[in-house]
Design a protein around this ligand. Structure first.
Ligand code: NAI
Length: 451
């Protein structure tokens, strides 16, 4: 089997490299010539653990190559994967399908023999059918089929996720498409991965419904965290207490600064728009979108409130900028809201991130970029941990405190314990960790109602 992959981004690179590792011949094509030149020189344009070795191994074995020429990539290809971006369209929240349809039109012009066009990009309902219609309009003679194959990998553990997924979803409506997709995913049968064959629309919706559900779970625990702070409860214990119920499960119950990233924000928005235009609004996801947006701003307000409502002349050390650890992806990262909000309140920002600083520097102005957490802490009034990189999990907090001017530690990922930090001279602000005594005030009226 020979595969072409359009798009050398997070999904295209990982999928292509993993398929080649399974033994297929894979050519990855990107219109960004500099990206291809870097890949050909053995440089990986994104940070994803294990990807550099995986790519090198398969290039050396002659199974994986890169090109900027689609006709070359598609020569004798049994399947061509579309793995281009589907960002939010300006103005209406729908997914912008410009790149997907441009890829479809380019594919149509390059088709040589029978081929299955597989959409791996996250695309709204109806897109795969439209891709087929466009290709047929350009090449009515072509022996072409489409398959919808949404991707569920997570940045940071993408290779493991691709090779050992919980399930594979394939929307396919012809024998040819089903047969090709079955062969491509046969290597996963070793781990007994369920492969769900569905119709095109169902596969497209599964991806959006999955992401919206996960975003809802995060947003739910974030709001429970706010309640915990008011009533003196502990959100980590609440999360454990509910997560041990197998109907709920422990994952995605970590309270934090709100979700970000290249998928949840745009996919929830796209689902909201699709559902509204279909006359079946999903109001719970609409609420999730609003609550999550407000939450990022609320994180900066927390810092402001704890520092007497005034940040002018104060220095804040920010640790972690990417939307989650083990990636350099800054798309929709909470830091992109929190840092400018702190600056607007007058704060000077010193920041560090293990992998994201080059990208962050393109998106954030007037930040002093630091070599590490201790460098960032120098002379600061407060530290704000936004992303829970491993490098921040066992900080020498005594050393940090010595380097700082102030004593406030905003731990937006609950890495440290408030009592232990207090022993080391910090005012520690976790997420959803209610302070003893607060319950009295809030609970009193409730008690009287109960009586
Ligand atoms: P990305 O932005 O990292 O990469 C897209 C690549 O496609 C870019 O390098 C771009 O130059 C290239 N490209 C665009 N149009 C092209 C064309 N006509 N010909 C050749 N190359 C072209 O995007 P990413 O993050 O890989 O996402 C791709 C899709 O996968 C999106 O729909 C996303 O929602 C979905 N997805 C992303 C996940 C993630 O964790 N990043 C996870 C699951 C799905």
């Amino acid at each position: 089997m020979r595969i072409a992959v359009i798009g050398a981004g997070y999904v295209g690179l990982v999928s292509g490299a993993c398929f080649s590792d399974f033994g297929f011949e894979v050519v990855i094509v990107d219109k960004d010539k500099s990206r291809i030149a870097r890949l050909e020189a053995g440089k990986i344009p994104i940070y994803e653990p294990g990807l550099e070795d995986l790519v090198a191994r398969n290039r050396d074995a002659g199974r994986l190559s890169f090109t900027a020429s689609l006709p070359a990539a598609m020569k004798r290809a049994d399947a061509v994967f579309i793995a281009v971006g589907t960002p939010t369209r300006r103005g209406d929240g729908f997914a912008d399908l410009t790149y997907v349809y441009a890829a479809a039109d380019e594919i149509a012009r390059c088709l040589a023999g029978p081929c299955v066009v597989v959409c791996k990009s996250t695309v709204p309902i109806g897109t795969n059918r439209e891709v087929l219609r466009r290709i047929k309009a350009i090449r009515p003679d072509a022996a072409v089929d489409v398959a919808s194959n949404p991707e569920f990998l997570r940045e940071g553990s993408a290779i493991e996720d691709f090779k050992r997924p919980d399930r594979v979803v394939v929307g396919a409506e012809s024998e040819q498409a089903r047969a090709v997709m079955q062969s491509l995913y046969r290597p996963l049968s070793l781990n007994e991965t369920p492969i769900l064959f569905t119709g095109l629309e169902t596969a497209e919706l599964i991806k959006y419904a999955a992401n919206a559900f996960l975003a809802t779970k995060i947003t739910f625990i974030n709001e429970v965290a706010d309640l915990c702070e008011r009533v003196g409860a502990n959100v980590q214990e609440v999360a454990r207490g509910i997560g041990l119920d197998r109907r709920i499960g422990p994952k995605f119950l970590h309270a934090g600064p709100g979700y970000g990233g290249s998928c949840f924000p745009k996919d929830t928005l796209a689902l909201v728009s699709t559902a509204r235009s279909a006359g079946a609004p999903i109001r719970i996801v609409e609420a999730v979108v609003d609550v999550n947006e407000a939450r990022k701003r609320a994180m900066a307000e927390r810092v402001l409130a704890a520092l007497d409502g005034d940040l002018s002349g104060k220095t804040v050390a920010v640790l972690g900028l990417t939307f989650k650890p083990n990636t350099d992806d800054m798309r929709e990262a909470p830091s992109l809201v929190i840092v400018p909000a702190l600056q607007a309140a007058g704060a000077r920002i010193r920041a560090h991130d293990p992998e994201g600083m080059a990208e962050a520097a393109k998106l954030l102005d007037d930040v002093e970029w630091c070599d590490g957490p201790y460098h960032a802490a120098e002379g600061s009034d407060a530290i704000v941990v936004i992303t829970e990189w491993d490098a921040y999990r066992a900080l020498d907090v005594v050393r940090l405190k010595r380097l700082m001017k102030g004593d406030a530690f905003f731990d937006l990922r609950n890495i440290y314990k408030t009592a232990e930090m207090a022993d080391r001279g910090f005012r520690h602000f976790g997420i959803g960790i209610g302070q003893p005594g607060i319950a009295e005030k809030v609970a009193e009226p409730l008690k009287s109602v109960a009586v």
